[in-house]
Design a protein around this ligand. Structure first.
Ligand SMILES: Nc1ncnc2c1ncn2[C@@H]1O[C@H](COP(=O)(O)OP(=O)(O)O)[C@@H](O)[C@H]1O
Ligand SMILES: [Mg+2]
Length: 234
């Protein structure tokens, strides 16, 4: 079971959209996937048409079914309470790994767990890095998006000191071909060792499909990039 955390300190870069579409891309390859919604805003649960659960239900790992290949552990509005509880533990970093991921592992023989995180850097997001094999960092082609990137990589590097299996990849989302300013951004992106050259195109269909609870991988140029993502993250 491979565990992937989708992350960026910034909101709106496409973390939730990527987690959702990656799950469907892996399902097309006959993989069994469990999504985990770690954001108390619950966008991933909303797209997946599942309701919020209570903190107790989250702790008991009450997984819901999206389709034959994809399940989800929905969000709880009480993540801030859970964060306080985790912060008072002696081992603050491995709550998710030892209490939630273990239960997901027992529930079904998943090939992948994909964790969608909230913006910012709270203890749940740190826990996600501690539990993961991969972090998929979703950036946009703008300077603001890149500004927090170095800091996020710094955090991941620190976690790697303790969770040695953790690797990460930088993935570009919302890419618009032919934009002049990208010429000046691309060398910066390419200077990062873990830049993948995966560019998910900007498509209106992502916005429309999220309210229809549909993935957007039926668009050929989108699916090409998601196939690359499946390959680099597997
Ligand atoms: N490649 C894309 N092209 C067009 N719109 C996108 C794309 N990726 C995400 N979006 C839209 O951008 C908004 C923010 O995406 P979301 O996945 O919720 O970001 P985050 O989880 O990082 O906050 C949503 O309305 C989503 O539909
Ligand atoms: Mg989100």
């Amino acid at each position: 079971m491979k565990i992937i955390t989708v992350a960026n300190r910034k909101g709106g870069t496409g973390k939730t959209t990527t987690a959702y579409n990656l799950a469907f891309s892996l399902a097309l390859k006959n993989k069994l996937v469990c999504l985990v919604d770690l954001d108390s805003q619950g966008n991933l649960s909303l797209i997946s048409k599942v309701d919020a659960i209570s903190l107790e239900e989250f702790k008991n790992c009450e997984i819901k079914k999206i389709n034959d290949k994809i399940d989800i552990l929905p969000f709880t509005k009480d993540f801030p309470i859970l964060e306080n509880e985790i912060n008072s533990l002696l081992d603050r970093n491995n709550y998710l790994r030892d209490n939630i991921i273990t239960k997901i592992d027992d529930a079904r023989t998943y090939d992948y767990v994909i964790i969608d995180t909230s913006p910012g850097m709270n203890i749940l997001n740190i826990n996600a890095f501690f539990a993961s094999d991969e972090a998929a960092i979703i950036v946009n082609s703008d300077y603001f998006s890149l500004s927090g990137l170095r800091q996020l990589i710094g955090v991941i590097n620190q976690v790697q000191g303790m969770n040695t299996k953790l690797d990460y990849k930088i993935i570009l989302n919302n890419f618009i071909k032919g934009r002049k300013y990208f010429d000046s951004l691309e060398p910066i992106l390419k200077s990062f060792e873990k830049y993948t050259d995966i560019k998910i195109p900007s498509r209106q269909a992502f916005i429309e499909n999220s309210s229809l609870s549909k993935p957007t991988i039926d668009l050929e140029d989108v699916y090409t990039e998601y196939e690359k993502m499946c390959a680099v993250l597997s």
